[in-house]
Write a protein that binds this ligand. Structure first.
Ligand SMILES: [Zn+2]
Length: 237
């Protein structure tokens, strides 16, 4: 890659493709399904109001799958980069699993929420949660049975967007890993990074809807492309 010596500040966006190799399936934009459920049913506030039991069971399963999954070589490489990179680094993930954290990345930002977090709609508290919600357990803070998955559903505002755009405005390099480029606002990050003067690199299994907007696209499994790219970055040139 050109000009690597001047790269100080990096923003990385990760999506379903990086966790797929750990056995986690996620939302597929092209057919509007998540684990074979229509997204309107399991990933909207309306769906939760209509059938909260179904939605709680759905995320109980996601939570169990996340706990059973292990970080793969791509997560581990980003964990190493996060520990060793001297400049600024922000890993923005669309994924709700905690595989970045378990791979040692302390700076992961979950823009779409987390499977292992619950949000109390009565008192607004958030708690780490590894159990089920289907039986309506009480909120540890207020005691009300008002816990919902701490997941950003369609029609809701992704978390910490101000922080993400601030990091993009300072970035020298924006790297998108394993995302379809189909779900906004994340799909627009490449244009924002370009507008702010960053170089842009896509690492993906196949060309995405947004591939044409990147300076460079590398195709292959994340578990191969990401460790190779991290080695380049930490190798100095
Ligand atoms: Zn509460």
């Amino acid at each position: 890659m050109r000009h690597m010596a001047i790269v100080r500040n990096i923003v990385i966006l990760t999506g379903a493709g990086i966790s797929a190799e750990s056995g986690l399936r996620t939302f597929r934009a092209e057919d509007g399904l998540w684990e074979d459920h229509p997204v309107e049913q399991v990933a909207t506030p309306e769906g939760f109001r209509r059938d909260s039991a179904l939605v709680q069971r759905f995320y109980d399963e996601r939570r169990a799958n996340v706990l059973a999954a292990q970080p793969n070589a791509a997560h581990l490489a980003l964990g190493q980069l996060d520990r060793e990179w001297q400049g600024q680094l922000l890993i923005v993930t669309q994924n709700i699993d905690d595989l970045h954290e378990r791979a040692g990345a302390g700076r992961a930002l979950h823009m779409h929420g987390e499977a292992l977090s619950v949000w109390c709609i009565a008192c607004d508290a958030r708690h780490r949660w590894e159990e089920t919600l289907r039986d309506g357990p009480p909120c540890p803070s207020c005691g009300k049975a008002a816990l919902r998955p701490d997941i950003v559903w369609f029609g809701e505002m992704p978390y910490r967007m101000d922080e993400i755009y601030a990091a993009l405005s300072r970035a020298d390099l924006f790297v998108s890993i394993g995302t379809s480029g189909a779900v906004y606002p994340a799909a627009g990050f490449v244009q924002e990074a370009t507008r702010c003067g960053a170089r842009t690199l896509e690492l993906n299994l196949e060309r995405s809807l947004g591939s044409g907007m990147f300076d460079e696209t590398r195709l292959g499994p994340a578990s191969e492309l990401v460790p190779a790219w991290v080695a380049e970055m930490l190798g100095g040139d």
